[in-house]
Ligand binder design. Sequence first.
Ligand SMILES: NC(=O)c1ccc[n+]([C@@H]2O[C@H](COP(=O)([O-])OP(=O)(O)OC[C@H]3O[C@@H](n4cnc5c(N)ncnc54)[C@H](O)[C@@H]3O)[C@@H](O)[C@H]2O)c1
Length: 266
Amino acid sequence: MAAYPELQGRVALITGGASGLGLAAAQTLARQGMRVAVADLDAGAAERAAALLGEGGGYLALQGDVASEADVQRMADAVLARHGRIDVLINSAGIADSFKPTVEQQVADFRRLVDVHLTGTYMVTKAVAPAMLRQCSGSVINLSSVAGVLGLARRNAYSAAKAGIGMMTRTMGCEWAAQGVRVNAIAPGYMLTPFAQRLIDEGKLDAGRIRRRTPAGRLGTAQHIADAMAFLASDASAFITGVTLPVDGGYMAWGAASDAYEGPLD
Ligand SMILES: NC(=O)c1ccc[n+]([C@@H]2O[C@H](COP(=O)([O-])OP(=O)(O)OC[C@H]3O[C@@H](n4cnc5c(N)ncnc54)[C@H](O)[C@@H]3O)[C@@H](O)[C@H]2O)c1
C-alpha cells in the first residue's frame, strides 16, 4: 500500500462504509492514520465496521439512510461535532437493480435506486461541501460503475444513476476546483464484494463470463478500489478533479467482438 503521510489525522466520512468497497476504504484510510466515520443504513454493521478499525483512532459509527435529507444532515453534523472538519467524503452506499426486463420493472424500485445512488450522492455531498469549502480543501470520491458508461440491458435505474453520478462529478468538480475542493469518481468493474457475490449467487451475474470479458481475466478486489480511493484522497492527486477513473482490469478499454481473456478459468 502506498503511504500518504499527509492523510494522518484527517477526517473521512464514508457512506456504505460497513461493507464491500466502503469497508475496504475505511480500513485503508484508517491504516493511513485518518479518523474515519462509517455511515450505513445497517446500524449493527456500521458499529462492527468501526470496531474493526481499532480503538482510540477517532472512529465513529453512524446509522442513516442516504436517501433521507434529514438523516444525511444528521450524519454530516455528527462528524463535524466530533471532529470539526471533513477532509474526505466517499459516497459508497448502494443497492442493486432488479435485473428485470424493463416492462416488468416497478417504478417504485427505479425511484428508490435513483434516490439512494444519485440523489443520495448529491445530498451527502451537498451536506459536507460547506465544511470543505470553509477549509478550502477536501476530496469527494463518488462510486460510478462500468454500468454508468456502457449499456447493460435490464439495469435502467442503476446505469442511469451511475451515469448521472459521473456527470455530477464533473459539475461539482468544476464548481469547486478553484476553492480547493476536488470531486472525482471511480468506475469499478466487477469486484468480488458481498454486493457482487450476492448477484453471482442469485444467478444475476456469471463470474466465468465476466472473467472472459475482462482483459485482466479476473474479478477485482475491494482493495483495488480502496487503493485508488487513497490516491484520490491524498495530495498526490491534487490537480485531478471532475474525473471518473475506471478501475476495472481493462473492461471498458475492450472493444473487440472476441473474448478479452482466453486463459484458464481454473
Ligand atoms: N462491487 C462491485 O463490483 C461494484 C461495481 C461497480 C460499482 N459498485 C458500487 O460501489 C458501491 C459499493 O458497492 P459494494 O460492492 O461495496 O456493495 P455492498 O453491498 O458490499 O455495500 C454497500 C453498503 O451500502 C449500504 N447501504 C445500502 N443502502 C444504503 C442507504 N440507503 N443508506 C446508507 N447505506 C446504505 C449497505 O448497508 C452496505 O453496507 C455501490 O455504489 C455500488 O453500486 C460496486
